[in-house]
Design a protein around this ligand. Structure first.
Ligand code: ZN
Length: 493
């Protein structure tokens, strides 16, 4: 009997699968998930899933709280009723094939240009706008949702993973605050100023890239394969999982240069060692960037082999481009998609040092249905500021804070914009408003302490520092302590 060993050449693996080499009694390949080992290599992942009521994850925090936590990770959510309806209908269809009932959560669109998706212990599936733009059929949409839902059904979320996401979030927060605070104290463009600008840019770039959880190789594989089962059982084209992975691979290739440049900038920043605290944060970011993800080429081969083995003899289901094209073509949806495309282009132009072009693209992005959205207005604000149009930058940020999906980062930028223009009392007011909007979020405390000192309100700054020292995390305490060293300004009210 032929025994499949851990073959390092995927093509061979595929050939072995097609030849039916993994018959009863054969040893499963070393990558096989543990329950496949128990059930034998011919069992689908779906057949190992117990039908019935879904048991909530012990790490679930509640659907609303989960949304609130992720809303602030980067630049918020994109709202489009028709598009969300379509995505949630697809989610229902995929879930129905799992045999599980009462799975919580819904699909949320992230204002993120990457090819990114993730799910949470509360069952929410978060899809980046950049990913949605590149999907071409209803089956590809179903594939990405099936993959993410599989992480939920297989209970892949662990406390380690969530801790990692939280640590990254904290590191990014410190990085941004450290760099912006240094910037707030500077007048005019000095050498240090431009270095701090680079740091602010790094922090915001990193926000998009690093908040996502890094699954292990085995978990990704399981989600790919259970995803294939769910696609087939919900009468979608199973190979759509492969075409989505091929798109991911193409995206990785196309963006390799930019991603490498980003890692390099992070590394240089960590070596520059601006101050000890920021140096540590950079180091952590460098570490998380260099985490090795499973090779996409291997995922493609494994998925192809699995599909061939379990569903190769079934009659092929043709991918349907129509329904997805129809929803994208609805004027409401088309405008949102187009405007976010412009906003992402504007951000790239800004990174490339082309503020005038970035400004043009951002202006065209913040109109119509996205006129008050956080992302387009945030890019517009940064483009305007690069052209020296501070007033316009503040206007754009003020529109962005009126967004239906408020983002802490935008409030922070608005506070800094007022601070830099010398309007300390207005900056203070916005610090209080931000604190109210985000349920007294601790991240605004260091800003308030710094601004109170600049305003000459030393006693109040002192009281808040004591409160921060008693109730904050160690990182927050340090930020508050640093803020409390701000030179005292003349009293002004
Ligand atoms: Zn995954």
């Amino acid at each position: 009997m032929q025994v499949i060993r851990a073959l390092s050449v995927p093509a061979l693996l595929l050939a072995a699968g097609c030849a039916g080499g993994g018959g009863d009694g054969a040893k499963p390949p070393s990558w096989a998930p543990s329950f496949m080992v128990a059930k034998g290599v011919n069992a689908t992942l779906l057949s190992t899933l117990k039908a019935g009521a879904y048991e909530p994850s012990s790490l679930a925090v509640g659907e609303e709280k989960d949304l609130a936590q992720h809303r602030g990770d980067a630049l918020g959510f994109v709202r489009s009723a028709a598009l969300e309806q379509y995505l949630n209908d697809t989610r229902q269809k995929v879930l129905a094939a799992s045999g599980k009932t009462g799975v919580p959560g819904r699909v949320i669109i992230l204002a993120n240009p990457g090819f990114e998706a993730f799910s949470s212990p509360d069952g929410h599936v978060y899809l980046a706008m950049g990913l949605l733009e590149s999907l071409e059929s209803a089956d590809e949409v179903a594939a990405i949702i099936a993959h993410e839902i599989s992480h939920v059904l297989l209970k892949h979320h662990s406390s380690d993973l969530l801790g990692d996401v939280q640590r990254k979030g904290q590191a990014l927060y410190e990085l941004g605050v450290g760099a912006k605070t240094a910037l707030a104290g500077e007048r005019g463009v000095s050498k240090r100023d431009s270095r701090n600008m680079t740091n602010v840019q790094l922090a915001t770039d990193a926000t998009d890239k690093l908040v996502l959880p890094a699954w292990s190789r085995g978990q990704e594989r399981e989600a790919d394969l259970l995803g294939v089962d769910l696609l087939v059982e919900s009468r979608s084209a199973g190979p759509a999982m492969i075409s989505v992975l091929e798109k991911l691979q193409a995206w990785e290739t196309a963006n390799k240069e930019a991603e490498d440049a980003f890692s390099e900038r992070l590394k240089q920043a960590s070596e520059r060692n601006i101050n000890e605290a920021v140096g540590v944060v950079y180091q952590r970011l460098v570490d998380s960037v260099s985490v090795k993800h499973p090779k996409t080429s291997e995922r493609i081969d494994d998925t192809a082999q699995y599909f061939e083995r379990h569903y190769g003899t079934r009659s092929a289901v043709e991918p349907q481009a129509g329904p997805w094209k129809a929803v994208r073509g609805r004027s409401e949806v088309a405008q949102v998609l187009e405007n976010y495309k412009r906003a992402f282009a504007a951000r790239r132009l800004l990174e490339q040092g082309k503020p005038q072009e970035a400004y043009g693209a951002a202006k065209a992005a913040a109109i119509g249905r996205t006129a008050a959205d956080a992302y387009p207005n945030w890019v517009l604000a940064h483009s305007a500021a690069s052209l020296g149009r501070q007033g316009e930058a503040i206007e754009a940020l003020r529109r962005a804070v009126s967004s239906t999906e408020p983002v802490p980062l935008v409030y922070e930028d608005l506070i800094f914009a007022y601070e830099r223009s010398g309007s300390i009392p207005v900056a203070l007011q916005w610090t209080d408003r931000a604190s109210n909007v985000f349920g007294g979020a601790a991240r605004f405390k260091p800003h308030k302490i710094r601004l109170l000192r600049k305003a000459g309100r030393i006693a109040e700054a002192q009281t808040l520092s004591v409160d921060c020292a008693l109730n904050g995390t160690s990182e927050l305490k340090r930020a508050c302590q640093e803020a409390n060293q701000t030179p005292a300004g003349r009293a002004q009210r």
